[in-house]
Design a protein around this ligand. Structure first.
Ligand SMILES: [Zn+2]
Ligand SMILES: [Zn+2]
Length: 201
């Protein structure tokens, strides 16, 4: 116990995303990929429906979610335009860009984070990835130098699923390189999420 307390330290990242400044704080743990936290305890149903999602008292309801507000009415949140929009997905620029091209691919449905996705939503995630790549290309980004990724719980910016798309990666500052470090504890690649969905965890 004592030694664990002695070795314990705090990791703070002041993180900007959307219009929120969020302080992420957690204790250091042994270096390990977050595979084990993917599992859902037996007997616990995954929450794939909006009804079940809103039952999660620790998550923001749609009414308190800034990304839901953007999906419902872009003008209210000061965005000049959406880069892409269809019945299920919108794309808009990150208000604190980490590079010349930095936007968010956001489902219209209030899905709190990637761990709330179910196996049958894999095609939807693939669609998000495809739209991210198409938008990058349309915006004239160098397609050989893009970073795509999701925040991984418990690390959040906005608690509404979103895929970050950033290019060129060389534009990123030191702190942004940490925040969007691929396949870290807090930021994972789309492939990682797809693999987890495929494995049905
Ligand atoms: Zn939302
Ligand atoms: Zn984010």
């Amino acid at each position: 116990m004592q030694s664990s307390l002695m070795t314990r330290s705090l990791f703070n990242v002041i993180y900007s995303c959307g219009q929120l400044q969020v302080l992420l704080e957690t204790s250091f743990r042994p270096l390990r990929r977050p595979v084990l936290v993917l599992g859902v305890p037996s007997g616990t149903s995954r929450f794939s429906t909006q009804q079940n999602i809103t039952r999660m008292s620790h998550e923001l309801p749609r009414s308190g979610c800034i990304f839901c507000k953007i999906c419902d009415d872009t003008s209210k949140e000061g965005l000049d335009k959406l880069l892409y929009s269809d019945d299920n997905i919108v794309v808009f620029r990150d208000i604190y860009p980490a590079a010349k091209h930095h936007f968010l691919v956001v489902p219209r449905e209030h899905i709190p984070n990637p761990k709330c996705l179910t196996k049958d939503q894999k095609p939807f995630v693939e669609q998000m990835i495809s739209i991210a790549r198409q938008t990058m290309e349309k915006e004239g980004a160098d397609m050989s130098d893009i970073r795509l990724g999701f925040h991984w719980p418990p690390f959040h910016s906005v608690k509404h699923l979103h895929l970050h798309a950033i290019s060129p990666t060389n534009d990123m500052s030191f702190i942004k390189r940490i925040i969007f470090r691929e396949n870290s504890w807090w930021f994972v690649s789309p492939d990682y999420v797809l693999q987890q969905l495929s494995s049905g965890l």
